[in-house]
Design a protein around this ligand. Structure first.
Ligand code: SF4
Length: 465
């Protein structure tokens, strides 16, 4: 008797071969409003052509709603059941997949290559003439190295690296498993290296630029050697093993050339990244050429607006967009005389272009319309809060403790306790640890109207810029 075998869907195959709840290009995960597909953008770079392809795919296979994420990626919401594989194939065909991967590649290989693209760069990587170096080539080499080494497919989809070239704008609040930051060293550039943090933290040493790939490779092998079954992040390994044990293990994996005792490293500190640089028009060159920054309200954008942004990037800039880790977007290479008109078009599209706009200072997770875990409609509540937000106040609304919208501790966090009600936390950098994830509990079970006046108080933090 002949047995017919049913084709296995990519999601079903991945659930067995590479289980994870993290959405990706081929791992479209279910949510309350349909499937969720995350497209990783190395360096946040998105050409106008690919932005159009994304918008078309979101309309053809999903609800037409997209989100910019706090890792400078894009996700498509509301993917229709049964259209997941077609969506992934369309996106890969548009060049939005990992390099060297096509739609015929085995799904677990595609997925691993996709998930090994978690390298955070400045949105101004390769654009800021005052940066110490252009990190885009080093980042491409790091991603290529990780994708080539079969063992690194075992890294968690959340395992993340940061590569900082010293640009005037950088994400300096998200903790990364490994971070590297350029610093001047005589006539050359070297990289400070740190673990479980970002470039404002204490480095563990310094690398020559030419040693970055081999040394990160050795560190990743050492991490995997020491990681127990439940250890997915560097902090887990360092909770169970000393830093010395990790570094000794790295020495066994080829060239690991960490330098410690160096005056340039001892005196180095990462300059702050002013929040005002994220929005509006900013010159980078003596002739006034620079970039224009904007953000869609609460990180959400529809496909038609994304198409309009692609057209604007072609008309005013260099036909690319840069997605930022503040759920915003930059148009690079805009001439000084073009900037006012570009800003006006961004405003007309409904994007926020100034920090004085309350929506520039609010973030909210998907909330109960898209996520079954949410105890409140955080997006709608954030819109209500925008009308009441005190000048200068910043807040994060989250539907549950997972804090999908913010990888950092916001000055104020409103954690949903029930529909329309929130517990209010205030950042206090004198406290640390998971129990203090959002800071100090200020009040319980507040309505948005009751919470708003409390946000006028300045948070206790040295990180405000
Ligand atoms: S933070 Fe919680 S409620 Fe909000 S999207 Fe994430 S899992 Fe859902």
């Amino acid at each position: 008797m002949k047995h017919e075998t049913k084709p296995v869907s990519p999601a079903a195959a991945l659930a067995v071969l590479r289980p994870s709840a993290c959405p990706g290009l081929v791992r479209v995960v279910p949510a309350r409003d349909g499937g969720l597909c995350r497209i990783r953008l190395p360096g946040g770079v998105l050409s106008a052509a690919r932005a159009r392809a994304l918008a078309d795919a979101a309309l053809t296979h999903a609800s037409g709603v997209l989100e910019l994420t706090n890792r400078a990626n894009v996700q498509i919401r509301g993917v229709r059941t049964g259209e997941e594989a077609a969506l992934s194939a369309t996106l890969i065909g548009a060049g939005l997949g990992p390099a060297g991967i096509d739609a015929a590649s085995p799904v677990e290989r595609m997925c691993a290559a996709d998930e090994l693209r978690n390298v955070m760069l400045s949105p101004l990587a390769g654009l800021d003439p005052n940066a110490w170096c252009d990190t885009t080539e080093v980042a491409a080499a790091l991603i290529d190295m990780m994708q080539r080494e079969p063992r690194f497919a075992a890294l968690s989809p959340k395992f993340a690296l940061q590569l900082d070239g010293g640009e005037c704008m950088a994400m300096l609040e998200h903790a990364h498993d490994i971070w590297l930051a350029a610093l001047p060293h005589g006539a050359t550039v070297r990289f400070a290296v740190g673990l479980v943090g970002c470039p404002t933290a204490q480095p563990i040493g310094m690398l020559a630029a030419e040693d970055v790939c081999a040394s990160v490779r050795a560190l990743l092998h050492a991490f995997l050697d020491l990681a127990g079954t439940d250890a997915t992040r560097m902090r887990d390994v360092l909770a169970a093993h000393s830093l010395e044990a990790l570094l000794q293990r790295a020495q066994q994996h080829g060239d690991f050339t960490l330098m410690h005792d160096d005056a340039a490293l001892r005196t180095w500190h990462r300059a702050a990244s002013p929040a005002d640089l994220r929005l509006g028009a900013h010159a980078l060159h003596a002739d006034g050429r620079g970039y224009v920054g904007a953000q869609p309200a609460l990180g959400r954008i529809d496909a038609h607006t994304l198409r309009a942004l692609a057209a604007l990037a072609e008309d005013s800039g260099n036909a690319t967009l840069r997605v930022t880790p503040w759920q915003g977007v930059l148009l690079p290479d805009v001439r000084a005389r073009t900037m006012p008109a570009a800003l006006e078009r961004l405003r007309a599209l409904g994007l926020v272009v100034s920090r004085t706009d309350p929506l520039a200072r609010l973030i909210a997770c998907t909330g109960s319309t898209g996520c079954a875990k949410s105890r409140a409609d955080t997006k709608a509540d954030a819109q209500r809060l925008a009308a009441l937000l005190p000048p200068g106040a910043e807040a994060h609304l989250t539907g549950c403790e997972r804090s999908c919208a913010a990888a950092h501790r916001a000055p104020f966090t409103l954690l949903a306790s029930a529909p329309d009600h929130y517990d209010l936390y205030q950042r206090d950098d004198t406290q640390s640890g998971f129990g203090q994830r959002f800071g100090r509990l200020v009040a319980r079970n507040l309505t948005i109207e009751a919470a708003a006046p409390a946000l006028a108080q300045r948070p206790r933090s040295a990180q405000d810029v």
